[in-house]
Design a protein around this ligand. Structure first.
Ligand code: XMP
Length: 324
């Protein structure tokens, strides 16, 4: 499959169009893979979950899913992936705890593109190791989607799941949704019978909390981010219409505060909630004062190291959705 979406390709907006796409892809996957085995990076996000469901439908037990905990996942995420895919969907799932490996490699690295490259390279290492433990893996499944390809080509950012694998690994990529926009991936996911709670999950970037713990990642700031993120997600998910994406960022900045009558240098937590159709442009979502103050109070009371809460209500462009 080429990396360029044909101009006449119809936008997948209905179940019928999704079903046709699924049939097409099942045939294409069967033809590409034959009786060989595929290793899939299953982050638990919408894209890789939909690819997992497509691959299970196309090649069943020839698929092995690998969930890598790189230390940059959201609170409770590894547990949720294991529950849904291993226990409920019966997938062949390998869980790899690679937290120390990733965080040690990232220590002291502040350049965003360098961080993405390290995370991407380490992922490849982990997969190579897992593949080496299994017999006959020749393919790597990936949840690349079209905006990843466009933005990498534009030089906006190097998405870790675009750019190819080192040739010596001898993995061929299986990327069945790489020409789709996010909204189309969701329609396909629903047509595949995935639950709404998975299909309408907000997207989460491959480099995870790594791009939201800006600059050089430290374990204490990362932990604070994970806790604050859980609070922000919990509060914003209470909205009648939840935003397309909502999260927080802790930049590598400290400011002066006061605690117990003493100077208290702390990080700011920056709340971000946006709506978009295709992630190419985005609008900030209006949050109420009540929501903002509830999040502020919960964060300040429970997250160590934080002394301020801010709200980023910038649109894309000119800001991107993520901070890095
Ligand atoms: P930006 O920040 O470019 O984000 O406006 C657009 C959408 O892409 C997600 N994103 C990523 N996803 N790897 C990914 O898999 C990445 O490196 C990456 N960077 C951004 C972002 O969360 C948003 O949904």
């Amino acid at each position: 499959m080429s990396d360029v979406r044909p101009e006449n390709m119809e936008r997948i907006t209905t179940k019928a169009l999704a079903d046709a796409f699924i049939e097409e892809q099942i045939a294409a996957i069967k033809e590409q893979v034959g009786d060989k085995k595929v290793l899939l990076a299953l982050s638990g996000g919408v894209d890789s979950s939909v690819v997992a469901a497509l691959l299970i439908k196309a090649i069943g037990s020839q698929l092995t899913c690998v969930h890598v905990n790189h230390g940059l996942l959201r609170k409770g995420e590894p547990e949720m992936v294991i529950k849904v895919f291993r226990e409920e969907l019966g997938a062949n799932l390998i869980y790899v705890d690679a937290v120390d490996r990733f965080l040690d490699k990232l220590a002291g690295v502040s350049d965003p593109e360098q961080k993405r490259k390290i995370i991407g390279a380490e992922f490849i290492e982990v997969f190579a190791e897992e593949a080496a433990k299994l017999e006959g893996i020749e393919f790597l499944g990936q949840g690349t989607i079209y905006p990843d390809i466009i933005e990498s080509a534009d030089g906006v950012k190097a998405h870790h799941n675009v750019g190819g694998l080192p040739e010596e690994l001898n993995f061929e990529l299986v990327e069945p949704v790489k020409l789709l926009y996010k909204d189309e991936v969701r329609v396909v996911g629903s047509a595949l019978g995935l639950p709404d709670s998975m299909v309408y999950r907000q997207p989460f970037p491959g480099p995870g909390l790594g791009v939201r713990c800006t600059g050089a990642i430290t374990r204490d700031r990362l932990e604070a981010l994970r806790e604050a993120d859980a609070i922000v997600r919990e509060e914003i998910a209470k909205m009648d219409k939840t935003p397309w994406q909502y999260f927080c960022v802790i930049p590598d900045v400290q400011s002066t505060g006061i605690k117990d009558g003493k100077r208290y240098m702390g990080w700011p937590v920056i709340i971000r909630a946006i709506d978009t159709v295709d992630a190419v442009t985005a609008e900030a979502v209006e949050l109420s004062w009540k929501q903002l103050t509830t999040m502020r109070d919960r964060i300040i009371e429970t997250v160590p190291g934080v002394n301020r809460v801010l709200w980023d209500f910038s649109d894309k462009p000119v800001a991107t959705i993520e901070w890095e």
